[in-house]
Design a binder for this molecule. Sequence first.
Ligand SMILES: [Zn+2]
Ligand SMILES: [Zn+2]
Length: 166
Amino acid sequence: MEDVEASHGYIVCPNGYTPAAERRAQESVSIRLLPLDRLEDFEPSTWPRCLAPRCRNGRIFWDGYPALDLMLVSVDRPHSTPKRVTFVHYVGKCDRCGRFHVKCMACHEMFSPTYESDDDHRVTCRCQHPWFWLASIEEDDRGGKSAELRLIAGIDKIWTVDRRSC
Ligand SMILES: [Zn+2]
Ligand SMILES: [Zn+2]
């Protein structure tokens, strides 16, 4: 990528990828791992614009697709068999300013959790699901700092779904 001054790189992964490879790609912002089944609808020109007010021409670089299942029971028929419904989200970063973005594929709302202060910045979409999103700065064992985007569905249900170095 440096040799040809490419701004973005895509690594197509027909056989999946390791957690370490995913982490390195997330930290680099502009390298994306692309599972083979995502190749068909891969179209960078349709990527949405960054929501940060002062970001110029940033585009959101989707790099993860976390999904959560809910068991839903009809209000009218409370004793009916619960139905499993999967809610998919797109998560990614702006290719200019690095800000995290989340898109809920149920309501198509896009939002941007920030980490500008220690205040509670939990973010949800209008679906009002029992989970929320939080961005924070984390420090690893070696003192390196990274920004992390977390999906939080309960005390023991916290997933880091995206990250970048800072
Ligand atoms: Zn931006
Ligand atoms: Zn939603």
